[in-house]
Design a protein. Sequence first.
Length: 377
Amino acid sequence: MIILVIALLVMVIVVLIIYNVHIQKKIEAFNNLNDRINNLSVLQDFMKVAGEEDSVENKLKRINDIIIDKYDIKYSTIVVFNGAEYVIKASNVDAKHHSTLVNLHNEEIFQDSVATATPKYITVENDNEKLPYQKSEMGRAKSAMFFPLYIDNIYIGYWIMESGQMHAFDKVDTTIIEVVKDNIISVLQTVAYQDTIENIDRIDEFTELHSAEFLYGKAKKVMDQFATSAVCMFKIINIKEINENFSRQMGNEIITQIADIVKTKMSREYIFVRYMGPKFVIVFSGVEEVSTEQFLKDLKQEIEELALVEEYDEEETPVEIDGEKDTNKDEIVEAASPIMNFVVSTYYKGTGIEQLTKRLEEYIDTAPANESQINFI
């Protein structure tokens, strides 16, 4: 009887063990599924931020905030090599430590990690120690994980997360963190073109206007505050003749004077850039095409009324008339006047401004050589 009871208990125990193992597997599967869902949610958050109309700097800061919030990380810093130097793209660490964080690639403890594209985990063993890369700071970070960032086998920088606790990352699921790292790289790839556009913009030395690239970065954010905007491109169609018949200096002066005229008539909401050479672009933010017609007619008239003459040296050789030098002769001097051609179209929020300006440029460059009017296309 006792043997039967014991056997029964053993069977119950075995069944319970099997059941617990089964439950444990279900819990693990659920946790794995939950992790996948969380990672998918984070990835969706990343992609949403990457696609929004904002600066690259702000996007990366928001992504770093998502990492800190979703994964309960104390400190997170993304450092990228911009072609000239290492710069912090996003960090919640006090600025006084930034000089250390942008030089981690020079630290011996991380050099092997960079060379082999593998993460590096370091921690202290007591409160009197500090991490190898720390200089004067003692209490801020007690453990850290360093991740080199690569795009197509090209090293572009690193991501480091830190904690004020010792052994804080001992039990961290590295596969999840690898997913986060890969997502950071994906976002960096996504915003690379935008970053280039935002940094390639230059100020023209003659007109003090932004270059065409300004349209594709900061200006687009202003334009996208409205459903539609009128975009006008205009060109000095006789600039070549002015340069040849007078001088290149006169051509530059004509360009400068035209820019000054437009600036005086510009509303604060409008955008004015020197597109390329003798071509300019005005964006009438939130304005319909038809509403720009009178403004452009007045502008064209005022510009074409410009009449500039070359300045002559007062001591140049006098003119001889009938064998005598006439030093008081009033010379008839020809004036340089610009001839303009305008083309206008509509920009729709969220579409490609670069495609629109390309279409305007093609129109104005292929127009008849003597066309001087305001065209709506």
